[in-house]
Design a protein around this ligand. Structure first.
Ligand code: SF4
Length: 507
């Protein structure tokens, strides 16, 4: 049974879930040439935890042997001191996952490891392959047997078709068959490889730490391990890190990049630099752009923490209206909690964000949000502000309405999930219980990045998709098993590393 703001997990527990923001996708990290590679990867994943909270894993290698540990849960839940000590080696890759294809199963945790032709290969992927189903069907017709329901596994199957080639050659050949978004880290026994799709949808950066090389989704991971930022992995670039240093390969024809603009608005950490720009500064400029487009009268500007905070700072600075924290976030609330009694209305809203009544009473409040996906959580929060005494509640959103699904690695892949795909702004305003609702224009959003419009993917706002979609693409398309003559339910698989049972995905 679903509640308005929390999905009921058991009879007595509620999952504390914000339905008005897309869930993050995945974070990747890799390091070559450090004696404590596993520990640094642990810290790198810790910094990237906001990009995926369902599962995580670390693969290490010492030149000859590969070691691995993966599990369901947050990085500190899956790893401890003893586990890290069982992961020796001078190279490592790691992954935090929120599933954009495939369900939350241990078998779908990454990095994904295979052995083929005497070679062990591990891979971690951030993104979505939009022609995954067609390619997987072709591979299955040719006899391939898949272990997981992740699109990522297709990459290693395609690589296996080029036995004898170097890892870069077989990876290049595999990627030539694939469409969509991917930032990748791969590890063999003696190499770490970072690769980014030719359109560069998702971020990937390189750093250096006392002679060792680091790759990470965002610079906040470099900061935590004290690595110096070098540069982005360029769209279409494959970077090899090994005993001979760092080598760049650019096997694909250059194409105009299509960077995900929503990384700036919501996904990336504000202390990161992505696509060469400070996320914090871009968000402040988004707030200033909102002030130019929607100069409202009000007594205070506030975010629903932590979303919208930096755009709210920018809006307050541009208008001179005081910035206040009208709602306080409980930083210790877990992902689930015991169900309260029936008399405790809107418990799942208040347990996470509690209004400051003394600030709000009789005031005209301007809330700055970074996005509204479904609208249900926002509606409860607006109601909570009114109950705390706010006289007027207006809301400004630091991007245009999300009217189209994302197929490039973000979890809103159907129009039915998007309130702005169903309703005009006035209807959304009324549904949310607002006095005023305004969105930033597409032009205002792009200008705040101080980058060229043509370098961005804007598909979820415009409906123009730079990469065509494969047939019947969906998050769980492999579990629907359309390639096979009939559905196959695999037996439960025990993962020896973790001792947990994970049910094998169909197909
Ligand atoms: S569709 Fe939207 S969320 Fe998806 S990659 Fe493009 S800009 Fe990012």
């Amino acid at each position: 049974m679903n509640t308005e703001n929390g999905k009921r997990q058991t009879e007595n527990e509620i999952i504390c879930q914000d339905d008005d923001h897309p869930r993050e996708h995945c974070g990747i990290f890799g390091i070559y040439g450090h004696p404590d590679a596993a520990r640094l990867t642990y810290f790198g994943l810790y910094a990237l935890q906001h990009r995926g909270q369902e599962s995580c894993g670390i693969i290490t290698a010492d030149g000859s042997r590969v070691h691995q540990h993966r599990g369901l849960g947050l990085v500190p839940e899956v790893f401890d001191q003893q586990i890290l000590e069982r992961l020796p080696g001078h190279l490592a890759i790691g992954h935090v996952r929120y599933s954009t294809t495939g369900s939350t199963l241990l078998i779908n945790a990454q990095p994904f490891v295979v052995q083929h032709g005497g070679r062990t290969l591990a891979i971690g992927h951030n993104g979505n392959l939009t022609n995954a189903r067609e390619v997987r069907c072709r591979l299955e017709e040719g006899g391939s047997i898949f272990q997981s329901s992740m699109d990522t596994e297709i990459i290693v199957h395609l690589m296996a078709h080029h036995r004898g080639a170097s890892v870069v050659e077989s990876l290049t050949n595999a990627l030539e068959h694939l469409k969509g978004s991917y930032s990748l880290v791969l590890a063999t026994a003696d190499q770490v490889i970072a690769a980014r799709d030719p359109l560069g949808f998702r971020p990937l950066v390189l750093g250096q730490l006392n002679g060792s090389w680091v790759a990470a989704s965002e610079t906040c991971a470099l900061d935590l391990v004290e690595a110096d930022y070098l540069r982005e992995v360029e769209p279409g670039e494959i970077v090899v890190m090994d005993a001979a240093g760092l080598h760049s390969h650019k096997p694909f024809a250059p194409a105009p990049p299509q960077r995900c603009i929503f990384e700036f608005i919501y996904f990336a950490r504000p202390d990161s630099q992505i696509f060469g720009k400070s996320v914090y500064q871009v968000r402040k400029r988004l707030g200033a752009a909102l002030a130019r487009e929607h100069p409202l009268q009000g007594d205070m500007v506030m975010p629903f923490p932590d979303s919208g905070t930096y755009a709210a700072i920018g809006y307050a600075a541009a208008t001179g209206i005081p910035f206040e924290m009208g709602m306080i976030r409980n930083h210790y609330v877990g992902r689930t909690f015991i169900q309260p009694s029936q008399t405790m209305r809107d418990f799942s809203v208040r347990v996470k964000l509690n209004p400051v009544k003394e600030l709000l009473k009789g005031r005209r409040v301007i809330v700055i949000e970074d996005s509204i996906i479904r609208g249900t959580t926002t509606r409860s929060r607006v109601k909570s502000l009114r109950e705390a005494g706010a006289r007027e509640v207006s809301m400004l959103v630091s991007c245009p309405p999300h009217r189209f699904p994302c197929y490039y690695g973000i979890d809103f892949s159907s129009k039915g999930e998007l309130i702005a795909a169903q309703q005009e702004t006035e209807r959304i305003r009324d549904f949310l219980g607002l006095d005023y609702l305004g969105y930033l224009s597409l032009e205002g959003m792009v200008a705040a990045t101080e980058m060229e419009r043509a370098t961005f993917c804007l598909s979820c706002f415009s409906g123009d998709y730079p990469v065509p979609l494969g047939a019947a693409f969906s998050k769980t398309c492999f579990e629907e098993d359309l390639c096979a003559p009939g559905p196959w339910e695999g037996p439960p698989v025990v993962c020896e590393m973790q001792g947990q049972k994970g049910k094998r995905g169909k197909g």
